[in-house]
Design a protein around this ligand. Structure first.
Ligand code: UDX
Length: 461
């Protein structure tokens, strides 16, 4: 099938490459000529495992093309709208300028029977207004909302093997609605044959499916981090506490990871946009808890700064190695990155911070040029007074305490992602602290233990 994908960022580039892999004839349209040139040559513009191979195969086969020319939209039967919907500068609401521009580019090129499929995360009601715009302009093209749930770092696998497909259709139950479903079923025939569940619903429910899921995930993470605050005050261990909960299948183990909190291009902005949209709908109170979720997430940073400060015995002049700048491993994305934000805050407090990351250094340098950067962990660690694990890349998870001990100035580590075995570090003579497992507030928890120093568990303890 001939398909267009409008917007070739994290979502669109992956979607276009996967659709070509599934055998469709795909053109990706983007306004950024540099991005289009890189993608058209079969390369990626960002780090995403498995994507480069798919892009190279797709462009070589001739089934995948990229262009800046909206005229290329004509002739495609299904048009996926995959543009970004960032947070507006003046409020929590989503900025829909790119969605509006995509619809404007499509309008003169839509044929009768074409299907416009929204994948971007949008405020509820957007699909209906897109449909209204098409009708006002005399187009009979149809609109479906088909939200995307892919995670960065796993985007190819999540697109090829999604947990579910959600179709929001207009006139559900009518012949037109059934035709929309049948056409989208053709696009995803391979996935459906493999048993991927499909939920057909109305437009608003499909739009809400994405923000509801992301809000739930953010809430789960903030719940775990709220328990971490309580554990720090009470002398408990938030990681062990989460483990006790995770054995209950009604709760589950995922997204209870205690640490620096959530970041990235989706969760933070999506919960704010959802709260702002709910306010506009007059149901702000229904999701008022999302403000609290956001605040708990922000406080993870405050607690981490405090913990690193106590580990360092004061941040001013301390040489701090920050391992990780990306918002999570397997990604070079630094948008709302808790790791990079932490590095900036520690530097603002007067520490001499050196940041390293296996993939995100270039992007981090653009966002935070005031920081010092090291090309690898050894360079960052050499001469450090405190080592802070901020993004849990595998290469940092598996660092050998003895090798680290050989290059640092002072043996002191802070794990803000709770992936290190602190006892191993302590056995190598390190003072080791972790968010949610070491008392942050003076006089609380482990700080009551005479053997601990500055909220840190004692070596060998
Ligand atoms: C998220 C959703 O998972 C995905 O379904 C949606 O389509 C887009 O938003 P993504 O932004 O790629 O995906 O990241 P995700 O893997 O969900 O992680 C988000 C943030 O939460 C990261 O900063 C991560 O480090 C953090 N996180 C995750 C935790 O702090 N604790 C956890 O237990 C899990």
């Amino acid at each position: 099938m001939r398909i267009s994908v409008i917007g070739c960022g994290y979502l669109g580039a992956v979607h276009a490459a996967v659709l070509a892999h599934l055998g469709h004839d795909v053109v990706g349209i983007d306004v950024d000529p540099e991005k289009v040139a890189v993608l058209a040559s079969g390369h990626t513009t960002f780090f995403e495992p498995g994507l480069a191979e798919l892009l190279a195969a797709g462009t070589q086969s001739g089934r995948l093309r990229f262009s800046t020319d909206p005229a290329e939209l004509a002739g495609a039967v299904v048009h996926f709208v995959c543009v970004g919907t960032p947070q507006r500068a003046d409020s929590g609401l989503a900025d829909l300028a790119a969605v509006d521009a995509a619809v404007a580019a499509l309008l003169p090129r839509l044929a009768s029977g074409d299907l416009v499929v929204g994948k971007s995360t949008v405020p509820v009601g957007t699909a209906a207004s897109v449909l209204g715009r098409l009708r006002a302009a005399g187009s009979t093209a149809r609109v479906v909302w088909n939200p995307e749930f892919l995670r960065e770092g796993h985007a190819v696998g999540d697109t090829l093997r999604p947990d579910r497909l959600v179709y929001g259709v207009a006139d559900e139950g009518s012949d037109d609605g059934a035709a929309d479903v049948a056409l989208l079923d053709e696009v995803y025939a391979d996935l459906l044959r493999r048993g991927v569940p499909r939920v057909v619903t109305d437009l608003p429910t499909a739009e809400l499916a994405k923000v509801a899921a992301n809000s739930f995930l953010a809430t789960k993470i903030s719940f775990a981090n709220a328990m971490a605050e309580v554990c720090e005050a009470a002398g408990g261990d938030a990681v062990a506490l989460a483990r006790t909960m995770a054995y209950d299948p009604r709760i589950g183990a995922q997204y209870l990871g205690v640490g620096l909190g959530f970041g990235g291009g989706c969760l933070p902005k999506d919960i704010r946009a959802f709260a702002a949209t709910a306010d506009e709908l007059g149901v702000g109170r229904s999701v008022a808890f999302l403000h609290e979720v956001d605040e708990i997430n922000d406080r993870c940073q405050d607690r981490a700064v405090e913990l690193v400060g106590r580990a360092a015995g004061g941040l001013r002049g301390a040489r701090v190695a920050v391992l990780g700048a990306a918002f999570k491993p397997e990604s070079d994305d630094v948008r709302s990155s808790p790791a990079l934000d932490l590095a900036v805050r520690i530097a603002d407090e007067g520490a001499d911070v050196v940041v390293t990351d296996p993939q995100a250094l270039l992007r981090a340098q653009l966002v935070a040029p005031q920081l010092r950067y090291a090309v690898d962990a050894v360079e960052a660690l050499t001469g450090a007074d405190v080592v802070v694990l901020a993004t849990e890349w595998q290469e940092y998870r598996s660092l050998d305490p003895a090798a680290v001990a050989a290059v640092v100035r002072r043996r002191c580590v802070v794990d803000t992602r709770n992936v290190w075995d602190l006892q191993q570090w302590q056995a190598a003579g390190f003072q080791a602290a972790a968010l949610g497992r070491s008392a942050v507030r003076p006089g609380a928890g482990a700080a009551r233990d005479a053997a601990s120093e500055g909220g840190l568990a004692a070596p060998g303890g």
